[in-house]
Ligand binder design. Structure first.
Ligand code: ADP
Ligand code: ZN
Ligand code: ZN
Length: 715
């Protein structure tokens, strides 16, 4: 007799069959079991999702195919894991099968049953290896915690969370994670912990710290990594170790949020504000947000940590007041630095008083020369990320603000227009400044391609204390393409062979540089007036993080003649963002930003989604979006149960994306906003169908693709 089961398999994005498909099986199979199933002419990997009562409506039993086999030796995926995947698929508007299969290591799909059986046998033989563990340099496995660390951990242990650990750079957050994990593993012999970092290949130090701490006690297999920089066989090995429970700690990037961990009891999200936690293609999930959700499903404590939390997490962790019950996160604060190392002093260079077109101001150059003379390192930070250009009048200070929004309109060079990416309001670029008539209006910010070379020219002839010429090293996406390049460059910095480190935000994140005593942001102004409302938040985080790279070594800094410094070159030295930075006051900055967001009804006080469309022309891309929007406006309010949801939805007009053409494909987007997450979710789920129908119309056949981005990070 045969059993009916529904199986999640990978179906193409936007195909009408998004859900699990029905199959027959000779044996009853538990939900979560991995199987091979026929799909069209192929045989694919599938996950048994549930048992089914019979063939789907309208299908005869004869037409239903049988699964081809079960992946022996792999226990079924847990119920919370399946719930997590189902939630993510629903929330981020993707097909369940697509998301579920993408969450598994690629080799499960690629290997034949025999190959897989061999792998399983190999990995089963590998119980934690104590002999190898002994070889790991033995570090004291617990150092005396600071008072702040002790208090934070005590509160963490006594409450259920989720927690936001708001700890300054160098306050010892990593040590808190290590202790929280150690306490859990000591208390619960089977428990597992997941520790996520934004970019694991940038933080080999973290992996080393975890291994040094846990390998000696739990064996060399106790800590595994999971990130996209690994080979497929490595990923499969880590995944199997996590899935079987042999790995006690999984360190990973955003993809690790889907790791199968049957005994998951703790999730740490380090640098929780980092935009890398948001997947930028396919299912555009936020691993940080999913971590919080997963904690509920698995009964695991969730600990988010940052020196500059996302405004969302900051808002969710606000303390209760007389007329506000407060947020649902517990905020743990560690404002001081370990060893009482001071925070770097902020030095602002007012670029209005520097000669025109100055890139490196004389005071900054002097300061760098002094550091070199003392044998200290400097880090020059180039804010090269493309902030959308805003037009600016140098005479009167006019900027291309949108009259309808608290946002700046973006200069689109291609058709010389100013467009608001929030509401779509568009005008031709004015011939002269609308405020003062000056004809010389120009985009703010300049290209930074030659900044490294320029600095080398300016520092020519400067020598180190030992008389040798200085070394400047640039670290960015271009210089680190080759495997191992980043590691070797970082090693040079740590070894003190480098005097000035020049780089993009890549170097601002997390590295524990010991000898850097000066950090400089050369041209951060672009983000102050970006069309993206999250740009100031990101700039502040980046500057605080960069400042956190300086003066981390209290003993060294104490010995130095002057304290470490953070330099900012700006035309707006009195800008509140820099004032808050000077006072090292993230709460003040956050309060100001949240007030603006509240007034403008922006996240976290509203909920957003973007629909993006790509076509050969803007007309087709925008035409599709506007048609789907019109169809929703006409059809949906009449549907039962949708009147109320629709009343809370705002659909804006289609606009070109900031980077409007990529590889000859025109890209457009449409913003959807609501004051209710529920209403937005209901709307999007129903709108999907309309988008599919609209796309099928002959009028829109030029459309290449479309996709929904829920809680987008950039607009
Ligand atoms: P964060 O992650 O908050 O920037 P880390 O955890 O990296 O800070 O700690 C900064 C430095 O201080 C590290 O070198 C760490 O080893 C050291 N450290 C952390 N906690 C302590 C402690 N309780 N006593 C001594 N040193 C500590
Ligand atoms: Zn003007
Ligand atoms: Zn506008």
């Amino acid at each position: 007799m045969s059993h009916w089961i529904s199986v999640a398999v990978q179906t193409p994005a936007h195909s009408a069959v998004g859900g699990p498909l029905t199959y027959r099986s000779e044996l009853p199979l538990a939900p979560g079991t991995l199987v091979r199933a026929p799909l069209g002419t192929r045989e694919v990997l599938g996950i048994v999702w549930s048992t089914a009562d019979g063939p789907p409506d309208g299908r005869s039993a004869d037409g239903i195919r049988a699964i081809a086999g079960v992946l022996e030796g792999i226990t079924p995926l847990s119920t919370p894991w399946r719930e997590l995947v189902a939630f993510a698929a629903g929330y981020y508007q993707r097909a369940l099968g697509e998301l579920a299969l993408a969450a598994l290591p690629p080799q499960l799909r690629e290997l034949s049953s025999t190959q897989l059986a061999r792998r399983l046998k190999a990995s089963a033989g590998q119980s934690p290896d104590f002999a190898r563990a002994q070889a790991v340099t033995h570090t004291p496995d617990s150092i005396a915690l600071s008072e702040e660390q002790t208090l934070a951990l005590a509160e963490f242990e006594s409450k259920s969370g989720p927690f936001l650990l708001f700890g300054a750079t160098g306050s010892g957050k990593t040590e808190v994670y290590l202790h929280a994990v150690a306490a859990l593993l000591a208390r619960d012999p089977g428990a597992q912990a997941l520790v996520m970092v934004p970019e694991i290949n940038l933080t080999p130090q973290l992996e080393a710290r975890f291994r040094a701490r846990f390998d000696p006690r739990y064996g060399a297999g106790a800590v595994v990594s999971l990130h996209s920089g690994m080979t497929h066989p490595q990923r499969l090995k880590s995944w199997l170790a996590a899935h079987s429970g042999a790995a006690r700690i999984v360190l990973g990037t955003r993809m690790a949020v889907f790791a199968s961990m049957p005994a998951l009891k703790l999730i740490v999200v380090d640098e929780e504000h980092d935009p890398s936690y948001k997947q930028q293609e396919g299912a555009r999930y936020s691993a940080r947000d999913l971590a919080v959700y997963r904690g509920r499903l698995d009964g695991a404590k969730v600990l988010l940590g940052s020196a500059t939390p996302s405004l969302e997490s900051w808002h969710h962790s606000r303390p209760a007041t007389a007329d506000d019950p407060g947020g649902r996160y517990v905020r743990l604060a560690m404002p001081g630095r370990i060893g009482n190392a001071g925070f770097p002093k902020l030095r602002r260079v007012d670029m209005n008083h520097q000669p025109m077109k100055t890139v490196y101001s004389p005071p900054l150059l002097d300061a760098i020369r002094q550091r070199i003379a003392r044998g200290e390192q400097s880090m020059v930070f180039l804010n090269r990320r493309g902030y959308a250009p805003v037009l600016h009048c140098a005479d009167c200070g006019w900027k291309s603000e949108c009259p309808h929004c608290s946002a700046f309109r973006v200069f689109h060079k291609i058709d010389r227009t100013l467009r608001c990416h929030h509401c779509g309001f568009t005008e031709r670029v004015p011939r002269a400044c609308p405020a003062c008539g000056n004809v010389d209006i120009a985009p703010l910010g300049r290209g930074t391609e030659r900044l490294e070379e320029h600095l080398a020219e300016l520092l020519e002839g400067v020598t180190r204390p030992d008389g040798r010429p200085i070394r400047i090293v640039r670290i960015d996406a271009d210089t680190t393409k080759l495997k191992g390049a980043l590691e070797s460059q970082l090693a040079q910095v740590h070894a003190g062979e480098v005097d000035v480190l020049v780089g993009t935000q890549m170097i601002a994140k997390g590295h524990d540089f010991r000898r850097i005593t000066l950090v400089a942001a050369v041209n951060p102004d672009g983000a102050l007036f970006s069309s993206d409302f999250r740009a100031p938040e990101r700039l502040f985080g980046l500057l605080m993080q960069s400042a956190g790279r300086a003066g981390r070594d209290a003993s060294r800094v104490g010995a130095s003649e002057s304290p470490s410094e953070m330099w900012i070159q700006t035309f707006h030295p009195r800008h509140p963002l820099f004032e808050a930075l000077k006072a090292h006051d993230y709460p003040a900055f956050a309060a100001g930003e949240l007030k603006e967001r509240l007034n403008a009804a922006m996240p976290p006080f509203s909920f957003q989604a973007l629909v993006r469309a790509e076509a050969r022309t803007q007309e087709v891309a925008q035409g599709f979006l506007n048609a789907a929007s019109a169809a929703a406006r006409q059809g949906m309010p009449g549907r039962a149960g949708f009147e109320e949801a629709m009343a809370r939805i705002t659909l804006y007009g289609a606009v070109p994306m900031t980077v409007q053409r990529v590889a000859n494909v025109e890209r457009a987007q449409m913003l959807v906003e609501s004051d209710s997450r529920m209403a937005l979710q209901r709307f999007l789920a129903a709108w999907q169908e309309i988008l599919r129908e609209t796309r099928a119309l002959p009028l829109h056949k030029g459309l290449i693709r479309w996709a929904i981005d829920v809680d987008p990070l950039t607009i």
